[in-house]
Design a protein around this ligand. Sequence first.
Ligand SMILES: NC(=O)c1ccc[n+]([C@@H]2O[C@H](COP(=O)([O-])OP(=O)(O)OC[C@H]3O[C@@H](n4cnc5c(N)ncnc54)[C@H](O)[C@@H]3O)[C@@H](O)[C@H]2O)c1
Ligand SMILES: O=C(O)C[C@H](O)C(=O)O
Length: 329
Amino acid sequence: MTRTPVNVTVTGAAGQIGYALLFRIASGHLLGADVPVKLRLLEIPQGLKAAEGTAMELDDCAFPLLRGIDIFDDPNKGFEGANVALLVGARPRTKGMERGDLLSANGGIFKPQGKAINDNAADDIKILVVGNPANTNALIAQAAAPDVPAERFTAMTRLDHNRAISQLAKKTGAPVTDIKRLTIWGNHSATQYPDIFHAEIAGKNAAEVVGDEQWLADTFIPTVAKRGAAIIEARGASSAASAANAAIDHVHTWVNGTAEGDWTSMGIPSDGSYGVPEGLISSFPVTCKDGKYEIVQGLDVNEFSRARIDASVRELAEERDAVRELGLI
Ligand SMILES: NC(=O)c1ccc[n+]([C@@H]2O[C@H](COP(=O)([O-])OP(=O)(O)OC[C@H]3O[C@@H](n4cnc5c(N)ncnc54)[C@H](O)[C@@H]3O)[C@@H](O)[C@H]2O)c1
Ligand SMILES: O=C(O)C[C@H](O)C(=O)O
């Protein structure tokens, strides 16, 4: 049977993450090795030429699953018929830029893109926001798309999730494949909380295996939470290949499901679970099945975790209030 190609829109396609992402989408890593894709690349006018160059390289790979590449600078066209949208292009913080300026500049991108998704995307659209501040950009886009079910707007914390697994594997000597049920709570920012209290290493409780709360508080959490800044410091540019890899993981898991007995972390609109105010786009432990996700319920949240989840959620609420004041939501 020949499958209808899935339309995947990528914004910021000519950027660093875009370059690391597009070839993996085209080779079947986003949706599955038997799912043909059509790429729709959205850029600003200054990015079009570079996007065309990337499209030439994609052609030159002769990917069996790639059924077409179109390039746009108009969001309405870029999101036309999109089944999956990866919102990567964003306005980075520049020197001297205040937080309000950053939110406002990104509002100018994510509000029109949300509206364009609302008006043009396919009914089954799934959206992942990667561009920072990812959670609040997702909130802005979602608010501009009242006809799209709110839960289709998600923000990326899978990179944080993967970073936390890797740090835990290094500390304990376990292979990454032995580590399950790790959770990132809150915002994709330095306030995020990587939680190992429910995580397992080869079936044993991870916090008990580590047995070192000082390492947890003083090394593990800050290392994961500040990893993005450490990469920028070392590379002179923000993480690109690992971010692209996480975006692939996020969508692949959402579409194809979590493994039995495991869960992942996604920034999703809160339904009020775990005391996170309804509507905030916050990271939660989720399981995925049949293209839908569900928050893992019933986890005990100890005092150590509660304080950290609350701090990150407070920051999300402040960002929401700021974009509300700017009239972006
Ligand atoms: N959530 C995460 O875990 C995570 C991780 C790493 C990076 N990021 C963020 O991802 C974003 C992209 O990173 P990058 O390294 O690819 O940046 P980059 O500057 O290399 O590329 C961004 C691209 O977006 C394009 N762009 C800007 N505005 C656009 C618009 N309105 N429509 C379409 N395209 C637009 C630019 O022309 C550029 O080509 C940044 O905001 C970065 O902070 C998020
Ligand atoms: O681009 C950044 O500010 C950092 C990025 O979000 C990351 O976590 O690597």
